[in-house]
Design a protein around this ligand. Structure first.
Ligand code: AMP
Ligand code: MN
Ligand code: MN
Ligand code: MN
Length: 297
């Protein structure tokens, strides 16, 4: 049997993870190999605001006999907040998407320099160069600065680096002009993809604000909610599944894996999508060669 036309067993699908093209620890090849070894049969690589890792990931996926879904995690703004919208199964050649992401990459360069200037004043020497080395030519993200703060001994953990330096309102925080949510969704739709609202409970929105967000997300053409994340608790999944049903959204599953140092998090190791939610991969699995009826949760 064709290796991709197989039953996707529980844990066989992971539609959210990062490589060295953004703030992941593994190269696209290493990531795909790790996913295949963990039993993932269909993987979306979703680096922050870049498609740079996808070609290598595609090659590795062919070699491993697993299905790669083209993806990206776009930094968007919605009512003065930063949110993340994932595009799945996108045509990577689409001009509007490529040009839009190029603008976000320029925002990242400007913001990386602004963060570095602040960190240098706070005692971290040569921050921009060192973060660029950390990023090994990929996108510089706050995660790279967080790792630098830990390596330099200024912070004990990555979480502390965000809490005391890099998080919103902290001394090394610098804002970026992300793209309005509706425009990012528009790029994704224009590229033939499905827009997924990533980790909907991580934005600390009250019930009313979350309802407004989901309504506007859906009105703008958003298709799915990430119902199961790497660190979702059962109650979170119940809540997100109810939100998906209420707003007529499909459901997605993604670990948000960044590297083996997140020891609590494994590729493909999310709880299954509740049966009451229609999986987002019904929109693209068969076109990618995974038999529809064989795609189980
Ligand atoms: P950026 O897109 O450059 O602003 O960086 C955002 C990334 O930083 C997220 O995708 C996470 O990987 C990471 N991040 C944000 N907040 C935290 C936190 N509190 N602890 C650990 N990682 C975080
Ligand atoms: Mn990240
Ligand atoms: Mn995210
Ligand atoms: Mn992510």
């Amino acid at each position: 049997m064709d290796s991709v036309v197989e039953t996707l067993a529980c844990g066989g699908i992971d539609l959210h993870c990062h490589s060295t093209a953004s703030d992941g620890r593994l190269t696209p090849t290493q990531l795909v190999e790790a996913a295949a070894a963990a039993g993932v049969r269909m993987l979306a690589l979703t680096d922050h605001d870049t498609l740079a890792g996808l070609a290598e990931a595609q090659q590795a996926a062919r070699a491993c006999g697993i299905t790669l879904v083209t993806g990206v995690e776009i930094s968007v703004r919605w009512r003065q907040r930063t949110l993340h919208v994932i595009g799945l199964d996108i045509d990577v050649e689409t001009a509007a998407m490529r040009n839009g992401l190029a603008q976000l990459q320029e925002q990242r360069r400007l913001r990386a320099a602004a963060i570095a200037a602040k960190l240098e004043r706070l005692g971290l020497a040569d921050a921009l160069n060192r973060a660029s080395v950390q990023a090994s030519g990929g996108q510089v993200t706050r995660t790279h600065y967080a790792r630098l703060l830990v390596e330099s001994g200024m912070c004990k953990t990555i979480q502390q680096a965000f809490k005391h330096y890099l998080g919103s309102g902290q001394p090394a925080y610098a804002a970026a002009e992300w793209v309005p949510m509706a425009e990012a969704i528009h790029w994704i739709i224009g590229a033939g993809g499905s827009a997924v609202l990533a980790h909907p409970l991580r934005y600390h929105l009250g019930t009313d604000a979350r309802t407004r967000l989901l309504r506007e997300f859906r009105q703008a053409g958003g298709r799915a909610l990430e119902v199961c994340s790497g660190n979702s608790r059962d109650a979170d999944i119940v809540l997100c599944a109810a939100d998906a049903r209420r707003h007529q959204l499909l459901g997605s599953v993604g670990s948000d894996f960044h590297g083996p140092e997140q020891r609590w998090l494994k590729l493909g190791a999310m709880p299954p999508l509740p049966a009451s939610v229609t999986p987002v991969w019904t929109r693209f699995a068969s076109a990618l060669g995974v038999a529809h009826e064989q795609v189980i949760r």
